[in-house]
Each structure stands twice: as C-alpha cells, then as structure tokens.
Write a protein that binds this ligand. Structure first.
Ligand code: SF4
Ligand code: SF4
Length: 188
C-alpha cells in the first residue's frame, strides 16, 4: 500500500472520532481570540480559529495533515480567553490523542519521540537524556538519525547538560502511578 492510500485509510478511521471534539467547540463564533492569544501561532500552518472551523466542517484530511494541534503547548491562554468559555486546550489534546492512537503518518515521529521520553521517565522517575534519545533512535529505525543529533549532543555534553549513562530497566518506582493512569484512560 503506498503512503497516500495508507493516509486516506487512516483519515477515514478518525472521522467518527471527531464528533466529541465538534461538541466541545460547537458554539465557536469564529472571533479569533484563540488565535490572537496563542504564543505558537507563528509556527502553525493554520490558526487555531481556522482549525476549529475545519473541525466543525468535518475536514478530517486537512485537520490531520496540519501541524497546528501538534504544536499546541497546552498553555491554556486560548481556553482562558475564549469568550464562549470553550475547552480549547482539551480539544487540542483530543486531536493529539486521535493522531497517536491511530498512528497517523504525519505524527509518527512525534509520537515515538514522546513515547521514548515517557519510557525513560517510567523507568527512572526522571528523564535520562542519553537513554531517551537511544530509545528514540531505535524506534525510528533510521541509522543516519543519530548523526543529525550528534552536533547538538556534543554541545550539550561539553556544557555538562547531558550525562552519559548506560540505558537500564531502572527501578520503576512510578510504575503503579503509570498503570493507574493507563487504567483511567482506558475507561470509556
Ligand atoms: S476564541 Fe473561542 S469563540 Fe473565538 S474563535 Fe476561538 S474558539 Fe471560537
Ligand atoms: S493552549 Fe495550545 S492552542 Fe491554546 S493558546 Fe496555548 S498553545 Fe495555543
């Protein structure tokens, strides 16, 4: 199956999953306050206001090809300022969850990055940078990827910002906490 056919199939699967998000933002009046409040708009390919319009119109392809919700840093400015009191940060989070759950092509890299980060925290209670990046490189299966990060890694090491530690399974002291969250998230 080629990449565009795979994407079309992926996007068809998520169509129904947009309904609860549409509910969240259905009283949007398209005033643009969310866009004006968002510190990350400069990097987004469509504004938050436009994204909500696309959600209302059910334009799933455009939504999930956009980088906008992936760049939301959950700062809550838009949520606090929306004149309709809409849960916009939550809606952005719900779009991220769909992209991760369905393993959508444009978001695979970010999801693997995030999962590697969380796995390191789960093992040790804090992130171990070297281990985190090792897990990420393995998950990406790209032998040239470490070379792209090498200059940054060297710079950080020379400033003592990254310590060299061999990856281990750790003591998993936060395991029960992670399990509980997984349990809660699995509930309908
Ligand atoms: S601030 Fe609220 S009402 Fe205004 S465009 Fe954004 S979501 Fe819609
Ligand atoms: S919560 Fe996300 S979308 Fe809203 S203002 Fe912050 S970064 Fe922008």
């Amino acid at each position: 199956m080629n990449q565009s056919t795979q994407q079309e199939n992926d996007f068809a699967v998520v169509s129904d999953q947009l309904a609860p998000i549409r509910e969240m933002i259905q009283t949007c009046i398209q005033c643009g306050t969310c866009t004006g409040s968002c510190p990350n708009t400069f990097a987004m390919d469509c504004t938050p206001r436009k994204l909500w319009r696309m959600v209302m119109m059910g334009q799933k392809d455009e939504i999930f090809q956009s980088k906008t919700f992936g760049l939301c840093s959950s700062c809550y400015y838009c949520t606090l300022r929306c004149p309709r009191g809409l849960p916009l940060t939550e809606a952005m989070g719900a779009l991220k969850q769909i992209a991760a759950r369905e393993n959508l092509e444009p978001y695979k890299k970010s999801v693997r990055f995030y999962k590697s980060f969380v796995e390191s925290v789960r093992r040790h209670g804090r992130v171990r940078e070297m281990e985190f990046m090792t897990l990420y490189f393995f998950s990406m299966k790209d032998p040239f990827l470490p070379l792209k990060f090498a200059p940054l890694g060297m710079k950080l090491m020379s400033k003592g910002k990254v310590s060299v530690q061999i990856p281990t399974k750790g003591q998993r002291r936060l395991e029960s906490l992670f399990r509980k969250v997984e349990e809660l998230e699995a509930k309908p």
